[in-house]
Design a protein around this ligand. Structure first.
Ligand code: ATP
Ligand code: MG
Length: 356
């Protein structure tokens, strides 16, 4: 039997609610299939841990996680802990420490879910956005001179390296190649930004030569927002910088119906370290403890995790179960339904169990 060690970090707000739902579905899946086993260890890190220990995770946290095959992550953020503490204390050190340079965000309209785009339904919007996750606009370079004075100057420098751009481009082309349409859209802003963005365009053209069977095109990020809204059918796999893809994937999540269904994988394609799978949404304290958090994003990211671990059949079965449940109208309030987290989870577990 194939075995995988999974570190679960539920963390804050609705994180523990959706991770519990995800682990329940995974355990039904594992029993139903009988081909693999997940050994799950939970870590109580996050904002409560911070309030007791002054840190979001222990100093040797990354060393502990290194031994796992994957990380299943909930959400961080608490009303009474500063954002920079929650973000820089747990999630980002994992992304950076494990060089998870590809942030992979599948987006599609699930059956039964209504897109805000009139006339657009399942099948019209089926994308994967690949976000460069290790450099670019969020590299943290810049500074402020004459702080607070009228002559103040601040810089925010985007860093793009040939190694960094080439590896994300290769990942995106490979992913596009593995999808039925074999089609990649490379997003930049190379008309206005003449250095890093032009290098992106050049590297895209170079890497494209390695993938002659993949069709690709280029878009400027501003025009891309219009294309996503007006011609969603014309897109498939999308690659963009850290900042651009951050913005585009929020738009994508909204077009697909709700933040509550949007999953993401922080992937180390070289598999030197564990990759981390999480819902895109945050800790959503406004609904925490009410039992109405949508667990779909957390199921979907579990499917991403299974795919990454080399269990594509399990991933397919899990997503088929989720789609049967959404199609049947078992939806949480964020999707216009009345079901609770627990009802959706039980319906998904039943669907996993009863499918052939
Ligand atoms: P963060 O700063 O951590 O990204 P945030 O304040 O931007 O957090 P989220 O926690 O992502 O926001 O929530 C944004 C809105 O979406 C909230 O109103 C929240 O209730 C809703 N929401 C987020 N995730 C879910 C979910 N899984 N189910 C239902 N509603 C959700
Ligand atoms: Mg947010």
């Amino acid at each position: 039997m194939r075995e995988y060690n999974i570190a679960a970090i539920p963390a804050d707000g609705i994180g523990p609610e959706v991770i519990a739902a995800g682990l329940q579905a995974l355990s039904v899946l594992e029993r139903r299939m009988g081909t693999f086993r997940l050994r799950v260890q939970e870590f109580p890190w996050g904002s409560d841990y911070y309030k007791q220990h002054g840190v979001m995770m222990p100093a040797d946290g990354l060393d502990t996680l290194k031994a796992f095959d994957a990380i299943y992550f909930g959400a961080v953020g608490a009303p009474d802990v500063p954002d920079h503490v929650t973000l820089w204390g747990l999630r980002l050190p994992i992304c950076q420490g494990f060089d998870q340079y590809a942030n992979v965000r599948p987006t599609k309209i699930l059956p039964g879910v209504t897109s805000p785009l009139a006339g657009v339904g399942p099948g019209d919007l089926d994308w994967v956005i690949v976000r460069e996750n290790s450099e670019g606009e969020y590299a943290g370079h810049g500074g402020r001179a004459h702080k607070g004075l009228p002559e103040e100057v601040a810089t925010e420098v985007a860093i793009f390296t040939r190694v960094g751009v080439t590896r994300i481009m290769r990942y995106a082309f490979r992913l596009a190649q593995a999808r039925p349409r074999k089609f990649l859209t490379v997003v930049t802003k190379s008309n206005a930004q003449r250095f890093g963005m032009v290098m992106w365009d050049e590297i895209a053209a170079e890497v494209a030569k390695e993938f002659p069977d993949v069709t690709w095109d280029k878009m400027l990020v501003d025009a891309m927002t219009m294309r996503m809204v007006l011609k969603p059918q014309s897109l498939d796999t999308i690659v963009a910088t850290n900042l651009h893809a951050d913005i585009l994937s929020d738009l994508a999540a909204a077009l697909a119906g709700s933040l509550g269904v949007a999953p993401t994988g922080n992937v180390d394609p070289e598999r030197r370290y564990p990759s981390m799978f999480e819902p895109i949404h945050g800790s959503a304290f406004d609904i925490a403890g009410k039992g109405i958090a949508n667990p779909v994003a957390t199921f979907w990211t579990a499917a991403q995790m299974l795919e990454h671990l080399g269990e594509p059949d399990a991933a397919t079965r899990l997503m088929a179960a989720v789609e049967r449940v959404t199609a049947a109208g078992v939806l949480t309030p964020d999707l216009g339904g009345r079901a609770t987290t627990r009802e959706v989870t039980e319906a998904v577990c039943d669907a996993i169990h009863s499918a052939n």
